[in-house]
Design a protein around this ligand. Structure first.
Ligand SMILES: [Mg+2]
Length: 201
């Protein structure tokens, strides 16, 4: 099977790190459980300048490398690859974050997982043509069987793909969102995800 896995808040605990950063930089103390919006500026009440600074700091190589693994992520993905599934980590991080993101995967035993950048949130100002950059159309052509994703803003990528099952990683910012169709399932951790994929394999 072909499996899409989002990076932030699926493989690692990015939201919790951003909450710590926002407290440190701007004194905005929003506990993880109260991060009700995917948009960080809205969650932390930041102006454009503050938001830019938060994003820049959050995507510095040493910060990216420090993100904690979400429990069960690396062993589940490794197991899938060992079983012959093709796993592609498709991240909405800036293209400039590719190298440290690759290093994080390698450091967590995921050397065999592919890594691609896709501008899911319209943040890039120029189009890049590297092997690791995808357009939404490239992503569709990869014909994934499963997608593991936490961001409601990425759900549009999966429209018109009736055979794709989307496993939505439960996070405070996606609890109020409706799912576009019955192919979406809320999952409460990697054990849930592992069980659902095993049921289809
Ligand atoms: Mg994410």
């Amino acid at each position: 099977m072909r499996i899409y896995v989002d990076f932030d808040d699926c493989l690692c605990e990015t939201g919790r790190s951003f909450a710590r950063l926002a407290a440190e930089l701007f004194g905005r103390d929003v506990p993880y459980g109260e991060m009700r919006f995917f948009e960080m500026d809205k969650t932390f009440g930041l102006n454009c300048e503050q938001f830019e600074l938060l994003m820049a700091r959050g995507h510095e190589p040493e910060t990216l490398l420090s993100y904690e693994e979400t429990p069960g992520a690396a062993c589940t993905v490794s197991e899938w690859i060992s079983c012959g599934h093709q796993v592609s980590v498709v991240t909405g991080r800036p293209f400039s974050a590719y190298e440290p993101s690759r290093r994080w995967l390698d450091a967590h035993g995921l050397q065999r997982a592919g890594l691609y950048c896709l501008d899911k949130y319209g943040r890039e100002t120029s189009v890049k043509s590297s092997d690791f950059c995808l357009t939404p159309e490239d992503c569709r052509r990869m014909r994934f069987d499963f997608a593991v994703e936490d961001s409601p803003r990425a759900f549009g990528l999966f429209s018109g793909l009736p055979d794709l099952r989307v496993l939505v990683f439960d996070r405070p910012w996606n609890r109020d969102c409706g799912f576009p169709n019955g192919n979406f399932t809320r999952c409460f951790g990697w054990e849930d995800i592992r069980r659902i994929v095993a049921g289809r394999a």
